[in-house]
Design a protein around this ligand. Sequence first.
Ligand code: 3UK
Length: 525
Amino acid sequence: MAGESVSVDRTSTPPEITFAPGFNAAVPFIDRHLDAGRADKIAIRTAAGGALSYGELAANVNRAGNALLGIGMAPGERLMMMVKDCPEFFYLFWGAIKAGIVPVPVNTLWRAADYTYVLQDSGCGLCVYSPEFADEVVPALAAATPGPAHRFAVDGAGATMASLIAAASPLLAPAPASASDDCFWLYSSGTTGKPKGTVHAHRSMVVTSENCAVGTLGLSDDDICFSAAKLFFAYGLGNALSFPLWLGATVVLLPGAPTPESVFATIERHRPTVFFGVPTLYAALLKALESGDADLSSLRLCVSAGEALPADIYRRWKQRVGVDILDGIGSTEALHIFICNRPDDIKPGHSGRVVPGYRARILDAGGNEVNPGDSGQLMIAGGSTAKYYWNNPDKTATTMVGDWLNTGDTYIRDEQGYYLYCGRNDDMMKVGGIWCSPFEIEAKLIEHPKVLEAAVVGRADDAELIKPAAYIVLNDPADADDETATELLQHCKQGLAKYKYPRWFNFVDSLPKTATGKIQRFKLR
Ligand code: 3UK
């Protein structure tokens, strides 16, 4: 069946992917496994102990698709999902796609005002939410004008999505689509401005799975994947939903917040082979390992994305856990990682090299490609980039330029082709007329044993000139004094260019972050 819908020739690099006319992404990700003899293989395990086979998954995807059509959803209409990491997320997401409906998973940590905005912006016909999020979603549904015609909790009392799914037929033919048709949206989590509905085609998940999961990370159907990054995030959606289902592997779902306790308990119980996290979480896990122990022996590979992984965290993890963390940069617009370290090719403190299947260019202010060693704007191109931003032709025009996607990141490529992250373009500082990367200073601060996390932003001094200011979370808050500030200053002056040392040290309890763990430097400015 999959052979008919999409074929992949892996004898070339990048692999050649050919989509058949009528291609619907649900066919190779869900239905193919029945033909491939995986009906009884476990597709999904839940942290609490549930297990679901590929056969059951396929039947429930069909039921969900039929339930959505039964409610009156029409092909092309949007389904807004505020759903935690659970099997129903899979049923709804894939059931919608199979029925030609467009799922739009959104951040489950948002507040009512954010939901009101996306309910209106998307013009969705149905909103489905986990009851845990009702306090924020229900008021948003009341406030949205116009709001969706239909709304259901996933489960709980009364008529729920779960009861509609259970009552629906397990047979559903895929809606004919094409590789370039709209398939699903994700709202990109910008640090400024309103979130933008980022529209992905049916081909996108096939391309990220082949380029990243198969071609770069080397995952296979033997792997058990566990992503601390949630499914609503493009990173989590790849790690835990598209990659395992492309490979015929198994995914472990943790519905709640990823804390060191819950992450370690899940790894010990389900013994995943691959773990996906963000740098902040790796730092917290390392801190927890200082005073406790955890059996992480099942892991063969760890992956980090979302923000740059400091070399110090990479080294400490490698030393303590004995496993590499592969850092890679991805984005909602590219859907997943497009520059990445590889199991046999790691440059700590760097994002790695371009993932086969993507092209990258670093441009100066005049739009010309810079020389190796010089910084500029990173542009990327490849088969998984978003088609457009919903309702936002201006942002579409400035971000998606022909085949190229403007990442908004400043990068340096060295002679060997390794990419070094230098910050968001909007976070870069000019200090004494020279570009200065907050990330470089943060990485230096994090090396200091007293520092847990650090964020650096530009602040104007008495002369109204921008200088770096540091916000620091200490491992031990009792260390917050002038003596520590002096120690950190000395530490920064060793090894950093003179203009780069922070002029102010602010000790704080926590740093403002997006739901996906990115430091919101603009909040500190
Ligand atoms: C930054 C990184 C340095 C960078 C994402 C993996 O993060 C993801 O998507 P978002 O749309 O943010 C994209 C922006 O985040 N970034 C991400 N990874 C790194 N910076 N090193 C990294 N390793 O500014 C980028 O433009 O939230 C990550 C897979 C899918 C994703 N959507």
